[in-house]
Design a binder for this molecule. Structure first.
Ligand code: ADE
Length: 225
């Protein structure tokens, strides 16, 4: 999977791709991530990328021209499955969206800033709009990093059996069950005995029960769907 991220602040985006599972996926050739600084596509001698909104009002609007130039350059080189705009008024990211997008070959992600982008960008170029929740960030970069992490870990071969995505919360519509590691007794706080019983089918049943109980307690809305 190739991900091209268009941003005004590439420095905000680097570190999430330089550690842990995502780094391993990139080094292993499962994912390629490229950052494109919008200022490089400004035609203005001041490298201007934003301007005042027509009709007045507070805040600046990201101009269409540099975004058009950047997207056109990328599209001339390959086909993109989706051109995604990170925005608080998009569809809320969930595991189903992550699963679906993780199967894509090439995607562009546009990060907004200030008041957002000229509406014509959304009308002409964007095929999908994604929010990471009902709150407003200073820009789309951190949201893009969250979205990319959720996709990259789902690419086949990125997670080994030992950390399979199949046992994640949400993957089967339930929260994940409680987990424990050594020591079995820490200050008298013990691990549920079933987990050290060696009875694999019983452990499996316990995990399913616990996942259901936890979901009923913390996220009953998931069981209504
Ligand atoms: N940009 C600003 N806030 C955002 C959010 N909640 N989700 C996605 N992009 C954003």
């Amino acid at each position: 999977m190739r991900i091209d991220i268009i941003t005004l602040f590439p420095e905000l985006l680097r570190s999430p791709f330089e550690a842990s599972i995502v780094k391993r996926a990139i080094e292993g050739g499962k994912a390629e991530v490229h950052f494109h600084d919008l200022r490089d596509y400004s035609t203005n001698k001041y490298k201007q990328v934003d301007d005042y909104p027509y009709g007045g009002g507070a805040g600046m609007v990201m101009m269409i021209e540099p975004i058009d130039k950047c997207i056109s350059t990328l599209k001339a080189a390959r086909h993109y499955d989706e051109i995604i705009y990170m925005t608080p008024d998009g569809t809320t990211l969930d595991q189903a969206v992550a699963n679906q997008c993780s199967l894509m070959e090439n995607i562009i992600i546009l990060c907004g800033h200030y008041k957002g982008v000229d509406q014509r960008v959304r009308d002409q170029f964007i095929t999908r709009e994604i929010s990471i929740g009902d709150f407003v960030l200073s820009g789309g970069e951190l949201a893009a990093a969250v979205f990319c992490d959720s996709l990259i870990r789902l690419i086949p071969g990125v997670l080994g059996d030992e950390s399979s995505a199949l046992s994640d919360s949400y993957q089967d519509g339930l929260l994940a069950p409680p987990i424990y590691t050594r020591p079995a007794d820490y200050k008298g706080w013990t691990v549920p005995p079933i987990l050290t019983s060696g009875n694999t089918p019983a452990v499996e049943r316990w995990r399913e029960e616990q996942a259901l109980k936890r979901t009923q307690r913390l996220r009953p809305d998931l069981l209504e769907e």
